[in-house]
Design a protein around this ligand. Structure first.
Ligand code: TXA
Ligand code: MG
Length: 348
C-alpha cells in the first residue's frame, strides 16, 4: 500500500456543530473512500458496505486476510433487516434488548451484501453501534457501513483517534475524533445461524445478559482456547493471532499473593507487569495499572491502550494476571489470552 493520502483529523463533540464534518465523511464514503470513526467499542474503519470496490479497499489498507469477514453497521432495525436473509423473533428480541450497543448478530446473508464483505460465507454480521457520531454518519451516508477495527491487522484495536492515526496515517483521507471509546473492547459477536445461539467473541454484552434474552447460548471453543488449525473456523477472525503487542505477554494464574510473589522474582530490564490498582504498591517491577480487580470494565477500557504503551516503552516481556472469566471478565480474558498467544502459567 503506497502512502499517498493526506489524512485529516477532525475533532467532534457529539453536538449539532459536528454536522459539517459528518457530511464531509458521508460524501467521502459515498465516493468509495474510507473514513475512521468512533464507536462505543473501538474505532471503526468504515466503507460503504454495499460498494464491493470500497470494501476491497478495507482489506488492502488494513492488510487483512480476505477470508476474514466484516461487520455491517446500521442505524435502524429496518436497515439491518435489509441485509439479512432472515431476521427472526430471537434476532428481534436481542436487537430490542441490546441495540444500539456492543452486540453483533451473525445472521443468514441477504442478497444485497457483497460476497467480499462476508468473505464468501452464507452469513452476515450486523450491529447497531451506540455512539452518536457513528449513528449520524450511517444515517447521513444512507448506507450500511462495513467497518472492522481501524488498526493495521495484528495490532491492538484503536480506542482513540491517535491510535488510528498511528496505524493509518497516509492510508485514508479522514479520521473523525470522538474521544476515547467507552467500552474499549470490540463488540460481542453472537451467531444466530441454524445450530442456535453461539458466542463467537465475548464483549460488553455478556453471556449472562444474552442468556436472559435468548435462552441457552453455546460458547464457541475458540473463546477460551487455541482454535484447532485443522478444523474450519466458525468465526474466521478467531484463527488469527490478534491484539499482539511486540512484547511477549504471559498470563499468570493464581491469587493476589501468588501473582505478586511470582512476578517479583522476574525483575530484569525490559520486564513489565500489568497489575490491578490494589496490587501496584507491592509490585517490584515497572508496571501499568488498568483498574481495580473488582472492575473488569476498567480493564476493558484501558487494555488496548496499555498494549500500545508497552510497545512504546520497549517492553520485552510482560506479565499480567489471568482475570476471572465471568461477566465482562470473559471478554478481557479472551483478548489477553490471544495477545499472549495462549501463554499462561500457574503461580499457585
Ligand atoms: O466492536 C466492533 O465489533 C468493532 C467496531 C468497529 O464496530 N468492529 C470490529 O470488527 O471489531 P473486526 O472486523 O475487527 O471484527 C469482526 C469479527 C471478526 O472476528 C470476524 O471474523 C467476525 O466478526 N465476523 C464477521 N462476519 C462474520 C460472519 N459472517 N460469521 C462469523 N464471524 C463473522
Ligand atoms: Mg479487529
Amino acid at each position: 500500500m503506497s502512502l499517498t493520502e493526506t489524512t485529516r483529523l477532525i475533532s467532534l463533540t457529539g453536538g449539532e456543530g459536528d454536522q459539517e464534518a459528518i457530511r464531509l465523511a458521508a460524501r467521502l464514503l459515498k465516493s468509495g473512500k474510507l473514513v475512521a470513526f468512533p464507536t462505543e467499542t473501538v474505532y471503526g474503519l468504515g466503507a460503504d458496505g454495499l460498494n464491493a470496490a470500497a470494501v476491497a479497499c478495507i482489506f488492502a489498507v488494513k492488510g487483512r486476510p480476505q477470508d476474514n469477514p466484516l461487520i455491517l453497521h446500521v442505524d435502524t432495525i429496518r436497515r439491518a433487516k435489509s441485509l439479512a436473509g432472515r431476521f427472526d423473533e430471537r434476532a428481534q428480541a436481542l436487537a430490542d434488548a441490546f441495540w444500539p450497543g456492543p452486540l453483533t448478530l451473525v445472521l443468514p446473508k441477504g442478497e444485497a451484501v457483497p460476497a467480499l464483505c462476508s468473505a464468501g460465507l452464507p452469513s452476515v454480521a450486523v450491529r447497531m453501534p451506540a455512539h452518536p457520531v457513528a449513528l449520524r454518519l450511517i444515517r447521513e451516508a444512507d448506507t450500511p457501513l462495513a467497518a472492522p477495527s481501524a488498526n493495521l491487522s495484528g495490532r491492538p484495536s484503536p480506542t482513540t483517534a491517535a491510535h488510528c492515526m498511528e496505524d493509518l496515517k497516509g492510508r485514508i483521507p479522514l479520521i473523525l475524533d470522538g474521544g476515547p471509546c467507552k467500552v474499549g473492547l470490540e463488540s460481542t459477536v453472537l451467531s444466530l445461524l441454524d445450530d442456535g445461539p453461539r458466542l463467537l467473541r465475548p464483549g460488553a454484552v455478556t453471556l449472562e445478559q444474552l442468556e436472559k434474552v435468548a435462552g441457552p447460548v453455546k460458547l464457541d471453543p475458540a473463546v477460551l482456547s487455541k482454535p484447532d488449525d485443522t478444523a474450519p473456523a466458525v468465526s474466521p477472525g478467531m484463527k488469527y493471532k490478534h491484539y499482539a503487542p511486540r512484547a511477549r505477554l504471559i498470563l499468570v494464574r493464581g491469587d493476589r499473593d501468588a501473582f505478586l510473589r511470582f512476578i517479583n522474582t522476574k525483575k530484569q530490564p525490559g520486564v513489565f507487569a500489568l497489575v490491578y490498582d490494589e496490587d501496584a504498591a507491592d509490585a517490584a517491577l515497572p508496571c501499568l495499572t488498568l483498574g481495580s480487580r473488582q472492575k473488569p470494565e476498567a480493564w476493558a477500557a484501558a487494555l488496548f491502550a496499555a498494549l500500545r504503551r508497552l510497545d512504546e516503552l520497549g517492553a520485552a516481556v510482560v506479565y499480567a494476571p489471568s482475570p476471572s472469566p465471568e461477566g465482562m471478565g470473559l471478554a478481557v480474558y479472551n483478548r489477553l489470552i490471544r495477545a499472549a498467544a495462549y501463554n499462561e502459567v500457574n503461580a499457585q
